[in-house]
Design a protein around this ligand. Sequence first.
Ligand SMILES: *Cc1c(COP(=O)(O)O)cnc(C)c1O
Length: 376
Amino acid sequence: MNSTILPSICGEANVEHTPVYQPYLAGNVSRYVNDCLDSGWISSRGEFVPRFEVAFAEFIGANEATSVANGTVAIHLVLDALGIGPGDEVIVPTLTYIATVNTILQIGATPVFVDSVGSTLQMDPVAVELAVTSRTRAIMAVHLYGHPCDLTSIVATCRKHDLLLIEDCAEAFGSKWEGRHVGTFGDAATFSFFGNKTITTGEGGMVVTRDPEIMKRCRRLKNQGVSSNREYWHDILAYNYRMTNIQAAIGLAQLEMAADILTMKAKVANAYRVGLTRLPLRMHDPVGKVTHSHWMCSVIVDRPQDRDPLRAYLAQQGIETRPFFTQAHTMPHCRVEGDFPVSASLSARGINLPSYPGLSQEQISRICATICSFWR
Ligand SMILES: *Cc1c(COP(=O)(O)O)cnc(C)c1O
């Protein structure tokens, strides 16, 4: 269902409700899930797990992929497999979802925050270079809201200082830098399949890496560190981060529709671009030789004082939105001193509009008309 009619509490005209996101659960999703139920393979063993992993790796152009329970543990697993820990610094944008930073703290390493570039919203490669110290082990590149980071500059910084590159691609399924899918540039990369991500498994995640040794370590760590040739023999501290066959069944069906989902999302983004001209705001447009997958269709209002009133006005009309993330370095548990003015300004001015693939042209027109009427 793309939208629902909510009865108005005070008996006025009904307001059509448009959520920020809805998963696209068409195609073989139900059939594959029912296959799991019918066969009894509902846990983390079953045919869909390897099928989803192989198909995912092929889609993004990676050698291998291993599935996990969600996008957060994917990052934690990769940090562990790469041997990052206490005493190590990991450079990360302060404008990101909290999971990127929490996993760095959970592994015992120190997040070193950097500011963002205003036009792309991505981590500032100049700030990254300046943040490198003798303790820096890795750069965590987050491809925020579907636009890739400047991977050419970031890869160059990694080479120059012998640093690991981890890509948090949770928001960037379908995003490309110079024609190559994100997640294939770093030492390891992670994806999320939460219900509002571009392809979903309900909860779920994926790890890719080009290094077969790192992949082997990820597979072992996510599966209780069990020995491959001795039953119940566990000789490393490990986790249960496995994905279920049911999740993988949904994922495989999603992957079969991925090209369609990405096309629909591109159409949604373009419809907003056409409908939202000559207003005191800008869209999150692609910059450079990139494919922007438009996980979220974002607008950045010129004046920060317009942001919350515009969101409230849209909410009154049944249009759900989200503000941009709050800078991670301002959260109580990861607070550090520092001045990151570009991301501070973006964080205060950004709004994510309804961005799901099933949005109709009529719904987008209504959202654009409502935004225009806010300033009239
Ligand atoms: C969604 C997201 C995650 C975490 O993924 P979950 O599957 O929700 O655990 C990590 N990083 C970013 C940037 C995200 O958007």
